[in-house]
Structures are given as structure tokens and as C-alpha cells.
Design a protein around this ligand. Structure first.
Ligand code: SF4
Ligand code: SF4
Length: 219
């Protein structure tokens, strides 16, 4: 039987091998504050750990969505990579004798909160996860597992944002004003200002991602 450390080290090495940019592990106990449908237990009985992975959007074009009007479905390039990586983690854990489940987007877990609870980084004034290496240029996905892992320390506050207001000032819709994320302002602006890459492929306003300097230079 592997120790918690051995399993965590093995999983970290596997994630590295399959090219995962960011990974963190959170204790499912921290998720009890969320709605029942957004807790790990709702997806997998006896879930002990939440595994959060991130894909570095090294070019924000990677954050593009394609819409299939016939099927009324959207496809997201970066997400398809993340889902594939989740399957590889699931397979790794299965071989070690542990069940796991890939979390769908809806109702899903609160991915940014999950990442912060796993110690990956804080949520910034831009209402996004901030990672030390890639700033907010990441897309996230998560799995839950019955395996116990070595957890990161939850991060509740953003040290990066203390003397910075760049993203708030850069937001064209005012959606980040007043220390709160105004979803409607953001959503309406983005819908009216979609950047079309092709007939069915778009990217949203990403000013709040682009403007954050974390990971680009020291602030
Ligand atoms: S996506 Fe654009 S409109 Fe929405 S919060 Fe970010 S900068 Fe503001
Ligand atoms: S731009 Fe500044 S205030 Fe906004 S998230 Fe980044 S560090 Fe925080």
C-alpha cells in the first residue's frame, strides 16, 4: 500500500510526464461551505481529494470557443486538452486502486475556489485565479478521488493585488468596480463585443486576463 506521500509524488510525476502545466490537491473537507450540488461528495461517494489542473493559455487565442449551430453545442479548444489530461489522471489512479470522477462544468465545482483551496493561487481583483507562473492565463478542470493526497495550503487573499488596480482600470465594462465582480456587466459587454476568429469561432474580451502582470514581471 502506497503512503500518501508516495501516491502524491507519483501523481505529480505523472502530471509532469503528460504535460500538465499546473496541478494542485485540495482536501474535500474545505468544500463543505458550498452548495450541496457543488461538493465533491455529490460526484463521488467518499471523495477525499479534489485534483485541480490548469492549462496555460500561452496565447489567448487558445481560449477560443467554436459553436456548432446544428447541435447547439460549444467546443472549447483548451478544455478538450484538459479533459484528455483528466482521463489520463483517472487512469493513473485506477491502476493504483482508487476511484475518481471528472467533474463536469455544470453544476460542477467552483473551479477558481477549488484551485485557491488547493493552494495553487489566490483569486484576484479580476475575479480570476492568479498563478505565480502564468498569472491568470489559465483554464481549469478538476477531478475528485477517494484517494488521500498531500494537500496544498488554502489561499484566501491575494498578496499580488494589494497595491494594484490595473485589471479594474482596464475592464471596459466596469464589471470589476467596487471590489466585486458584476457578472451581468461583464457578460453583456462580452456578448456585444465578441472577437470573431472565423464564422463560428470566437474569443471573449480578455482584458482582465491580459492586463494582470503576475507571471509576466514582478509587481
Ligand atoms: S472579461 Fe472584459 S468585461 Fe469581463 S470582467 Fe474581464 S475585462 Fe471586464
Ligand atoms: S491586475 Fe493587479 S489587481 Fe488585478 S488581479 Fe492582477 S495583481 Fe490583482
Amino acid at each position: 500500500m502506497l503512503s500518501i506521500k508516495e501516491l502524491t509524488d507519483g501523481l505529480n510525476a505523472h502530471c509532469d510526464k503528460i504535460g500538465i502545466d499546473i496541478v494542485g490537491f485540495g482536501d474535500s473537507i474545505h468544500f463543505n461551505k458550498f452548495n450541496k450540488e457543488n461538493r465533491p461528495e455529490s460526484y463521488l461517494k467518499n471523495a477525499k481529494s479534489v485534483i485541480v489542473i490548469g492549462f496555460h493559455l500561452y496565447d489567448l487565442i487558445l481560449d477560443a470557443w467554436s459553436r456548432d449551430e446544428m447541435k447547439k453545442k460549444s467546443y472549447h479548444f483548451a478544455d478538450s486538452i484538459l479533459v484528455d489530461q483528466c482521463h489520463q489522471i483517472k487512469s493513473f489512479l485506477a491502476k493504483k486502486g482508487f476511484k475518481s470522477k471528472i467533474i463536469p462544468y455544470i453544476p460542477g465545482l467552483y473551479l477558481k475556489d477549488a484551485a485557491a483551496l488547493a493552494g495553487i493561487g489566490p483569486i484576484g481583483k479580476n475575479n480570476l485565479l492568479i498563478t505565480k507562473t502564468f498569472g491568470s492565463q489559465v483554464r481549469l478542470r478538476a477531478l475528485v478521488t477517494v484517494a488521500e493526497l498531500a494537500y496544498g495550503t488554502p489561499i484566501y487573499e491575494s498578496e499580488y493585488c494589494k497595491n494594484c488596480n490595473i485589471c479594474v482600470d482596464s475592464c471596459p465594462s466596469g464589471a470589476l468596480e467596487g471590489g466585486k465582480y458584476h457578472r451581468d456587466l461583464c457578460y453583456n459587454y462580452c456578448q456585444e463585443n465578441l472577437i470573431k476568429l472565423s464564422e463560428n469561432t470566437v474569443i471573449w474580451c480578455n482584458k482582465c486576463i491580459e492586463s494582470c502582470l503576475v507571471g509576466k514581471t514582478s509587481i
